[in-house]
Write a protein of this length. Structure first.
Length: 99
C-alpha cells in the first residue's frame, strides 16, 4: 500500500489553500493512499496494443471564418447604436470598469 504521510497531506492542503483539522488530515491520508494504490493497479494494465486517441469519435473541428454578415439584423443594430448616448466607430461606448 502506498503511504502518504501527514506532512505530505498538510503540504498538499497548503498548496490548495485548504485549512484542514487533524481528523481531516488523517482522513485524507488514508484516501490519498487508496488513490495511489488504484493508480498502481492501472499501471499494471497492458495498453501496448491500444492506439492512443484524443477523442473516441472520428470527428473534425467544424469552424467557420469569422466574417461579418450583412442582413436585416444589421438594421436593428444601427437603430440601437443610434439610440445610445455615446458611440465610437459604430460601437456603444461605456464607462470602464477596470482602472
Amino acid at each position: 500500500m502506498a503511504k502518504i504521510t501527514k506532512q505530505e497531506v498538510k503540504h498538499i492542503a497548503k498548496l490548495a489553500r485548504l485549512n484542514l483539522g487533524d481528523k481531516e488530515v488523517e482522513k485524507f491520508e488514508k484516501e490519498l493512499s487508496l488513490v495511489l494504490d488504484y493508480i498502481k493497479v492501472l499501471d499494471e494494465v497492458d495498453v501496448s496494443t491500444i492506439e492512443p486517441t484524443s477523442h473516441p469519435f472520428k470527428i473534425k473541428n467544424t469552424t467557420r471564418k469569422d466574417e461579418p454578415v450583412s442582413d436585416k439584423s444589421n438594421d436593428q443594430a444601427e437603430k440601437i447604436i443610434g439610440l445610445a448616448p455615446d458611440t465610437k466607430n459604430n460601437y456603444l461606448k461605456v464607462k470602464p470598469i477596470l482602472k
